[in-house]
Design a protein. Structure first.
Length: 258
């Protein structure tokens, strides 16, 4: 293990992603990021003026699920979001912009945003990890990543990939962008709602070194939702970031000790 080096496939994949990311960042990337983080005020802002009590009860239920049975989180989050929308007499398909006919355009937008953001997010991850090391705090990977690195058979990998690429992006976008952000924006200035929902997204992962990069990713996902008036591009972008992590880990993970 001491002499182990990443395989050539991992180096080629990483180099390709970095090259594309640098190209997208240098050619219009700064403007794209600025637009997503600070959406123009003329863009309609989704609001969800639901009473405080149902919201607090729903969030408490989500917290209870996260503590007792995380497997129930996706279904509970979806049910909670639908209940809140019913209070405001909103149709989920319309409110979340799920009726869009041009999925190819949404995927292209998400790919462009992914490559534009890759280097800034990587830099923020290095900064967060460096801060942990500077303060002498233990720098440990997320438990889910450890389980993923240890998985070697299809029966173990398939459920993990299904959750990482489909289930987690779906329920997190429905809750953080499609429910929490509109609820906050009906009570706070939109900029505060934008960043508070992003901070909640970063904090819910319960991993200090990734708090800053995940918060900034959450802010971009909110901007993507606000600018497109749909959760579909943000779902694609979320899934792309998770897929990139999974691909790199699958290519670069070291062999298990004998």
């Amino acid at each position: 293990m001491a002499n182990w080096t990443p395989p050539l496939s991992a180096l080629v994949y990483g180099s390709t992603v970095l090259t594309l990311a640098l190209s997208f960042l240098l050619f219009g990337g700064v403007g794209r990021i600025r637009t997503l983080l600070f959406s123009p005020s003329r863009i309609p802002n989704p609001t969800l003026p639901t009473p405080l009590l149902p919201f607090v009860l729903g969030v408490s239920l989500l917290g209870l699920c996260a503590w007792l049975s995380p497997a129930l989180l996706p279904g509970t989050a979806l049910a909670f979001a639908l209940v809140l929308l019913s209070f405001s007499k909103q149709r989920p398909v319309t409110f979340w912009g799920l009726q869009r006919p041009h999925l190819g355009t949404d995927l292209r937008l998400s790919l462009t945003t992914f490559f534009t953001l890759f280097i800034p997010i990587l830099t923020l991850l290095a900064f967060g990890s460096g801060m942990y090391l500077a303060f002498g705090w233990p720098l440990e990977p997320q438990p889910a990543l450890l389980r993923f690195l240890e998985a070697r058979d299809t029966k173990t990998l398939a459920p993990f990939l299904l959750y990482a690429l489909v289930i987690a992006p779906a329920w997190e976008e429905l809750f953080f962008r499609g429910t929490l952000f509109p609820w906050l924006s009906s009570r706070l200035p939109v900029t505060q709602a934008h960043w508070l929902s992003a901070l909640a997204f970063g904090a819910v992962h319960l991993h200090g070194p990734t708090l800053i990069p995940l918060t900034c990713l959450g802010a971009v996902l909110v901007g993507l939702y606000r600018n497109s008036q749909s959760l579909i591009p943000s779902f694609f972008l979320h899934s792309l970031f998770n897929a990139n992590t999974c691909i790199f880990l699958l290519l670069a993970r070291p062999p298990l000790p004998p």
